[in-house]
Design a protein around this ligand. Structure first.
Ligand SMILES: [Zn+2]
Length: 480
């Protein structure tokens, strides 16, 4: 394939970097595969447009006028290297002293004390959450870079998702950006957000609802450890519902006809969901547990309850699944004569993550300098993923949450991953990824064209990701 040729007029209008990115944001794939890859294209696309292949774009990006040059990179890297031992200590402390969501008092205290020592203006117990914090540092006027740290562990598994590493990656990234500001070669602001209870999908959703990110930063960056490197890491939307059935108790042998069986209703729900799965899209997930199945075998159950998660690729499709589940709940109530009550999670949907492509690829480009390789975007997205409250930030501003490999083959949320999260290799990987993330943040501070491309990609994604979704799979008959 020939290298990208830009029209002269385009070059003059907005600079070469923004042109490259404006094209880059339209498709990450070869034009020859554009139709088969349509579902992986996030932004508004003219499928007939002749787009250059991914490899050519990456090569062209490498030749671009990158503002975070080797001198600034050296400043960032030197600073992060100099605090590596201190970060290792904090990481092991958080690995040893695990706290679950909204109870991360020790982590909150350790991280805020460290940031204060490093010259940040710290706000403890931020936005009404006991274990949330912010730490900011600015020099001159300019753009504002948000960085997130997580620190909660998993019950029974400890740091099975490596949030001790996320905590220090946030510190390293923010301190690296601060070093660039202190050098006088960049101006602007960096804000580190301490975001509690990711495993409960609470902290960032509350912070977004209070405008914490929207009012204070222009982009948001966070790293997440994994078994592999994915700059376009896929995270899907999730919502949850608690359903209860209310019947009437009676002796299960002497007078069962007097009772109204709330467990029958729950079994109907289970069967209804099982049958519905055949009609779901391959990317939809519904899974749950029974939380109350009755009290005694010789009593017709008066009360039963269950707890379900529903997931799909995009937040704007969650409503489609909600409707299906509500129909199943209502149908079960009608069939059994029970009363039904269902409650969707009060703080709302945990949205999928919109990975900002220019941010993601710039970060990856830096990682590639360390010999780290990334699979194709299609392979990354095909690998699927869980869900994270970071998604709600990504709907508000350009954001990335790449996965970086920590020299393990273990999946997150396993005891093996808990062990991997405290190795020296994982620490070194975290330091490397943080350097690349800090360089990405500094590029946003320095480079207008790059920032414009970041914003343009965000706006294009927003149009698509928030579009109304037609109701797929609407029931053919309505029993009401
Ligand atoms: Zn995690």
């Amino acid at each position: 394939m020939a290298p990208i040729q830009l029209k002269d007029s385009e070059q003059q209008q907005s600079g070469c970097l923004s042109n490259i990115f404006s094209r880059f944001t339209r498709s990450a794939s070869s034009p020859s595969t554009s139709s088969s890859n349509e579902k992986f294209i996030y932004s508004a696309v003219d499928p007939m447009e002749d787009l250059p292949p991914y490899e050519d774009i990456v090569k062209s990006m490498q030749k671009l006028d990158v503002k975070c040059d080797s001198e600034i990179e050296a400043i960032i890297n030197k600073e992060i290297n100099s605090i590596s031992d201190e970060l290792r200590e904090i990481s092991l402390d958080l690995h040893e002293n695990v706290e679950t969501g909204m109870k991360e008092v020790h982590a909150h205290n350790v991280l805020t004390a460290y940031l204060e020592k490093k010259g940040f203006k710290v706000t403890r117990h931020a936005y009404g959450m006991e274990t949330a914090f912010t730490a900011e540092y600015s020099r001159g006027s300019g753009r504002r870079i948000g960085v997130c740290s997580e620190y909660d562990g998993l019950p029974g598994l400890g740091q099975g998702c490596g949030h001790n590493l996320i905590a220090i990656s946030g510190l390293a990234t923010a301190i690296g950006i601060k070093a660039a500001l202190d050098s006088g070669k960049a101006s602007g602001k960096v804000v580190l957000f301490g975001t509690p209870a990711e495993e409960l999908s609470i902290g960032k959703i509350v912070l977004v609802s209070k405008g914490a990110f929207q009012e204070n930063v222009d982009v948001c960056l966070m790293l997440h450890p994994a078994a592999y490197n994915h700059q376009h890491a896929a995270f899907i939307a999730i919502h949850d519902v608690r359903v209860e059935f209310f019947g009437k108790p009676s002796h299960a042998s002497a007078a069962p006809w007097v009772g109204v069986n709330a467990l029958d209703a729950l079994v109907q729900v289970w069967n209804g969901i099982s049958m519905m799965r055949q009609q779901l899209m391959p990317t939809d997930r519904v899974h749950g547990i029974v939380t109350d199945g009755g009290q005694a075998p010789n009593v017709i159950p008066e009360h039963t309850s269950a707890f379900f998660f529903v997931r799909t690729t995009r937040a704007n499709q969650i409503g489609r699944l909600q409707k299906k589940l509500e129909n199943i709940f209502e149908a079960a109530a009608l069939a059994t004569g029970c009363k039904v009550k269902y409650t969707w999670r009060e703080i709302g949907v945990t949205k999928d993550v919109i990975q900002n492509r220019p941010l993601a690829n710039f970060y990856a480009q830096h990682m590639e300098k360390y010999g780290i390789e990334f699979p194709s975007e299609e392979d990354q997205i095909r690998a699927g993923g869980g869900s994270t409250d970071f998604g709600n930030i990504s709907y508000e501003m350009p954001s990335i949450q790449p996965f970086y490999g920590i020299h393990t083959t273990a999946a997150n949320h396993t005891i093996e991953f808990t062990a991997a999260a405290k190795t020296m290799a994982a620490h070194k990987d975290t330091i490397t990824a943080s350097k690349c993330m800090a360089a990405t943040g500094v590029e946003v501070l320095l480079n207008d064209d790059y920032y414009n491309s970041v914003q343009r990609n965000f706006k294009e994604n927003q149009v698509e990701f928030t579009a109304e979704v037609s109701e797929v799979g609407k029931p053919a008959c309505n029993y009401i």
